[in-house]
Design a protein around this ligand. Structure first.
Ligand SMILES: Cc1ncc(C[n+]2csc(CCOP(=O)(O)OP(=O)(O)O)c2C)c(N)n1
Length: 318
């Protein structure tokens, strides 16, 4: 499967939407416009876009608290996301989810999750439902290197492989779980090697390379749709220097700006220009337009009302 020029340009546009969304999220947090926290996806954009470009609109995605990127990549509305971030009634979850619990089921984004690795089991369940429904739909689940050390990851690998579930497990190895480096926590050089013990394919790609992620995801999705079962796809990447808007942790010092040297967006832009798909002027226009979309989304979110007090108990499951 190859992507059309329009699809590649749309992926490029969404990379900028993610980048500007995250920059705005950090800025708005600093201005005290919302509480809790936010976990930037900056520098990891090519992974979410590469995977989501291999999915159909009827496929679904689950992500972590670092999930704004996956949401935008799956087609979620930045305005409704920004309003959700600020806890406003116009948010995609009516302001009750916030940064770590965004979801928009209409576009197949089943949500961000605050519990490290908790959603891996949920994704297994969603894939089981898809298999039982027989629609041919596939689930993609994004999580971090730290999450791949949790027991529920191994339980899901085992059952998903045994039952041949239509599941794509995407481990985004950004080297750090808050302040713990992978070399202090993980016994193998590639997390994808862990697939060997469970009998499913494990693949490692450069997560900053859109084409590499897309190619690997396309194969994994085809395998899942054929009914041959899950794939563990490791996307190696680097993280924005801070874990979250409130917690530091990570590279720090001279390593802190490493992501800038391997920024996936100029890399993809260069690729598209070399392929003759994009001209310099058009690339600049796309970037400008994406920034405007996010500026408008921020203004919309700021101007939106908070949920009314009477809404306190609606949509609450207990
Ligand atoms: C079950 C659980 N344990 C601990 C935490 C606290 N916590 C939040 S993020 C995080 C690090 C996870 O790192 P990783 O899985 O590598 O993902 P990344 O943040 O790098 O995207 C931890 C320990 C949590 N939210 N849930």
């Amino acid at each position: 499967m190859t992507l059309s020029a329009e699809q590649q340009i749309e992926a490029f546009r969404r990379m900028w939407l993610i980048r500007y969304f995250e920059e705005a999220a950090i800025r708005l947090y600093g201005e005290g416009r919302y509480r809790g926290s936010t976990h930037p996806y900056i520098a990891q954009e090519a992974t979410a876009l590469g995977v989501c470009a291999a999915l159909q609109s009827t496929d679904v995605v689950l992500a972590t608290y670092r999930g704004h990127g996956a949401a935008i990549a799956k087609g979620a509305d930045p305005k409704a996301m920004m309003a959700e971030l600020l806890g406003k009634a116009t948010g995609m979850c009516k302001g009750k989810g916030g940064s770590m619990h965004m979801s928009q089921t209409e576009v197949g984004f089943l949500g961000c999750n605050a519990i490290v690795a908790g959603h891996i089991a949920i994704a297994g369940g969603v894939a089981l439902a898809q298999q039982l429904d027989g629609t041919g739909a596939v689930t993609a689940c994004f999580f971090g290197d730290g999450a791949s050390c949790e027991g529920v990851f191994y339980e899901t690998l085992n059952m998903a492989t045994l039952w041949k579930l239509p599941l794509l497990l995407v481990v985004e190895n950004n080297e750090y779980a808050i302040s713990t480096h992978v070399s202090d926590a993980i016994s193998v050089p590639d997390i994808s090697m862990r697939a060997q013990g469970f009998g499913l394919p494990g693949v490692t790609v450069d997560g900053r390379d859109f084409d590499a992620v897309y190619a690997a995801a396309t194969q994994a999705v085809a395998r899942a749709r054929r009914g041959d079962g899950p794939t563990l796809l490791e996307a190696k990447t680097v993280r924005w220097s801070r874990h979250s808007a409130v917690a530091a942790g990570g590279a720090g010092g001279e390593k802190a700006d490493r992501w800038k040297l391997t920024d996936p967006i100029p890399r993809f832009r260069q690729e598209l220009i070399q392929r003759g798909i994009l001209a310099e002027a058009r690339a600049a226009e796309i970037e400008r337009d994406a920034r405007q979309v996010i500026d408008d989304a921020a203004a919309y979110a700021i101007d939106s009302p908070y949920p009314a007090l009477e809404e306190l108990h609606t949509d609450i499951f207990a």
